[in-house]
Each structure stands twice: as structure tokens, then as C-alpha cells.
Ligand binder design. Structure first.
Ligand code: ZN
Length: 44
């Protein structure tokens, strides 16, 4: 999953397409939106 770096909208377009744009604002800058960002480390 990717997100628009401008409006934080989720990008549904698969990244195999060259030159995709944000459907919301037309930006071409995106960042990865990994499903699990939080790392929970329990110290014993
Ligand atoms: Zn956008």
C-alpha cells in the first residue's frame, strides 16, 4: 500500500504502472504505507 505524500490519500493504483498520480490531488510523490509500522518490543 502506498500513500500520497501531499494529501495522505491511499493510492490504489498498482506500482507496476509508470507515472501514476494521486487520484485526489494529482501529486506524484508517494511513500510506502506498511501495515505494521509499530514494533512492540517487550523487555523481560
Ligand atoms: Zn494526493
Amino acid at each position: 500500500m502506498f500513500r500520497c505524500a501531499v494529501c495522505k490519500e491511499r493510492i490504489k493504483t498498482d506500482m507496476s504502472t509508470v507515472g501514476i498520480q494521486c487520484e485526489n490531488c494529482g501529486a506524484k510523490v508517494f511513500y510506502k504505507d506498511p501495515p505494521n509500522v509499530k514494533k512492540v518490543l517487550k523487555a523481560r
